[in-house]
Every structure is written in C-alpha cells, then in structure tokens.
Write a protein that binds this ligand. Structure first.
Ligand code: ADP
Length: 394
C-alpha cells in the first residue's frame, strides 16, 4: 500500500494523531487534542510547513476532536487508520484488522488494561463513524512481547491464576522496542542481540534477539520494572499488605501512590521531569541527585538481568525522551555495567541529543555497540498497518 496512514492514539481525555505519508521525505502532520470533555479542551499540532497551530475546542468529545483533526489534514485523505491499542492479551501476536470480532476481543481484555483499552476503543468508534469506508487496524503495545518464552512471562504463582485469569507478564512499549531494535539491526548490518531501554515518562527495557522480544521489564501492568516519572517500578510484593496493615491504606490509595506519587517525583519530592532534576541536582538538591542515582542504577540492573535472555550481546539502545536527550543518564547507566566491557565516547555522547541518531561507544570492534535511536512509534504503527493490509487485501 503506497499511501498515507492516519495513526491515532486515543486516551480517556486526549487523542494524539499523526498522518504518516508513504514516502519518508514527505512532511508529517501531527498533533494532540487534550482535556476532551472539559470546557478548556483544545487541539494543537504542526502543519505541512512545520508551523504550529492551536485551537480551542470547548466541550469537545472524541468525535468532535477527530472532526477538528480532519480539518487540519490539509485535504489529505488517508488510505487507512492505524490505532494504538495498549493491551492485546495473549490473543494478538501482531496487528489485526478491526472488525466486530476483534473489537469484542479487545473489550474482553479490558480487565487487564481498564484505563487504556476502553479509551482506545472510543477512538476506534469515533474514527469508524467519520471514516466508515477506510480500513482500520489495531496495533498492540503488547504484541511484540508475545514471543517471550514461559520462563520469562510466568510469575511463580499458583497455575490457576494464569490459566483462569490471565495473570502473567505481558510487557508494553512493544512498538518502540520493535522499532529501535530493527533500526539497530539496519544501522549495524546484523540481526543482533540488543538490550533496548525506552526511557520516557514510562520506562522499560527489553532483550531482543534476531528481531524477537525474549524478555522485558514491564509485566502484568506497566508498573513493573524500572523507576519511572511517577511510577515506583519494582517494589517488594509484600509492600501492599504492609501498607494496608500498618498504615491502614486502602487498595485505591496504594495504587495511586505507586502509579502517580512515586518514581522520580516521589524520590525527589520535586518533579517527574528529568530536565528539571538534572538542573536541581547540579545546584545541590540532594533528593534530586538521589532520584537520578536510583533511576540509573535500576536501569543498569535491569539491563544486566535481561542480558541473561540473549545468546550474545551486540549492544544497548537508548530511546525515549530521557534516553534520547540525557547524556548524563546514559553515562551513569554505562558506568554501572563495567563487566559488559562498554566504551563511551563522552564528546559524541554529549552531542547525540535532540533527535540525533548515533553510535556513542567510540567504535572499538570488540566492544558492544551503544546506540541512541530516536523512537518512532507512529511510523512503526503506520508500517505495521500497511504490512497487514498488503497481506490481507486481495
Ligand atoms: P512520554 O513517555 O510521555 O512519551 P517522553 O518520551 O517525551 O515521555 O519523555 C519525557 C521525559 O524526557 C521527561 O522526563 C523529560 O524531562 C525528559 N527529557 C526531555 N528532554 C530532556 C533533556 N534535554 N534532558 C533530560 N531529560 C529530558
């Protein structure tokens, strides 16, 4: 299929969109509608001349926001719509064309992603209303990790919890890990063994061997694993019972604190924003410094653990807002992995920011590579949408 794809990422009160042209050198139109359902809803984005626009959409719902997005597509008509769907459970190992049966299967998975899947499906419903004739494709965050072997995806819990309730590790950020590992293959000229670190507001690591995910740090929910902006990542599983018994905390409160009051924000007491933390730490803020130290140590620890999944380590890939822009975080992570024999070219590391792709290890032939690769989740969703339609359209 040689035409543009509209990529939609629909949350409960926001819609991110990107119109991805078939040719990589053509401009992308992209933006976000936020605060939907409230009086201060708005749409902002970037047009084909790379100019920014912003428009108030008071009281807009998802359908009204999509109509406004359509007006900003500058007359381009996509050939298909690719939807980011957070959870595909065990059913979806790759993208799927949305029909009644697939929508019902996504609804059935909602218990595993109660905040995300229903919101994603609202976007699907609104888009189907506006574009009844266009093919709509679901691209799942979890699908890339369906190649995990049981030793990586099973928790050591009673078997019935897996069999009857689907309690296992699923992993997330799949489109990002898939994109950057494939890009690392292309840049290195090998089908390699990569440890990928997606470090944004949400953070996760992944072990990829010959294009297949073999282990990842997130689990049943996106709370497992690394320290994140406001999420705790791994804690002692006994913590929940302890907080309930000793402090009388409700499940809702525990959930709220671990998801929204912890991570970089909780440790620093200041912010979840790594840029602000780096400035505060350089000015002597002790808790900002500690937050960065814990964040980096835990990334290194996770990468070392995930290296067990790989027959061979060809390199580490950094991506996401922090992975792409923080030489400090990358240097600290590398410093915690001396046994990997990594090199780091500090000057190149410092320059590889703001969307630059590059190799920062100094190029010693015996050392694992260190890549900084800006992620492109929208481009990957468009690619998977095109691939599926090419295969299934007669
Ligand atoms: P999301 O997961 O919401 O998509 P991003 O991938 O955009 O988030 O990552 C957001 C994080 O990236 C924030 O912590 C932000 O501070 C960090 N970040 C962006 N630019 C820089 C920078 N120049 N230096 C350090 N951190 C940065």
């Amino acid at each position: 299929m040689n035409a543009s794809v509209l990529v939609i990422n629909c949350g409960s009160s926001s819609i991110k969109y990107a119109l991805i042209p078939a040719a990589a050198d053509q401009p992308r139109l992209a933006g976000i509608a936020e605060r939907l359902g409230s009086s201060d809803a708005f749409l902002k984005g970037i047009d084909s001349r790379s100019e920014r626009f912003e428009k108030a959409l008071p009281g807009a719902d998802h359908t009204r926001a999509l109509e406004a997005i359509l007006e900003h597509l500058e007359g381009h008509r996509p050939a298909a719509v690719g939807h980011r769907i957070v959870h595909g459970g065990e059913r979806f190992t790759r993208a799927a064309r949305l029909d009644d049966e697939v929508i019902a299967a996504i609804e059935a998975t909602a218990a595993l992603a109660p905040l995300h899947n229903p919101a994603n499906l609202e976007g699907v419903a609104a888009t189907c209303k506006l574009f009844p004739d266009l093919p709509q494709v679901a691209v799942f965050d979890t699908a890339f990790h369906q190649s995990l072997p049981p030793q990586a995806f099973r928790y050591a819990l009673p078997e019935a919890l897996y069999r009857d309730h689907g309690i296992r590790r699923y992993g997330f950020h799949g489109t990002s890990h898939a994109y950057v590992s494939e890009r690392a293959d292309a840049l290195s000229g090998i089908e390699g063994g990569w440890l990928t670190a997606h470090l944004g507001n949400g953070c996760s690591t992944c072990a990829v061997w010959e294009g297949r995910s073999l282990d990842t740090s997130m689990g049943l929910t996106p709370l497992e694993g690394l320290v994140m902006g406001t999420r705790s990542g791994d804690v002692d599983p006994g913590l929940h019972a302890h907080l309930a018994r000793q402090l009388g905390w409700s499940l809702e409160r525990i959930d709220e604190v671990l998801n929204r009051g912890s991570g970089l924000l909780g440790l620093s007491g200041l912010t979840n924003d790594m840029r602000e933390l780096e400035i505060a730490a350089s000015e002597g803020h002790e808790n900002a410094r500690l937050a960065i130290e814990v964040f980096c140590y835990r990334i290194a620890k996770s990468l070392a653990a995930l290296s067990c999944a790989l027959p061979r380590l060809d390199g580490i890939v950094f991506t996401g807002g922090i992975g792409e822009n923080s030489p400090l975080v990358r240097e600290k992570v590398v410093s915690h992995l001396p046994h990997f024999g990594l090199g780091l070219d500090r000057a190149v590391n410092a320059q590889t920011v703001r969307g630059r792709e590059g190799r920062i290890d100094g190029g010693h032939p015996a050392a694992p590579r260190l890549w900084v690769i800006p992620t492109d989740e929208e481009g990957r969703i468009a690619k998977e949408t095109r691939q599926l339609l090419d295969e299934t359209t007669p």
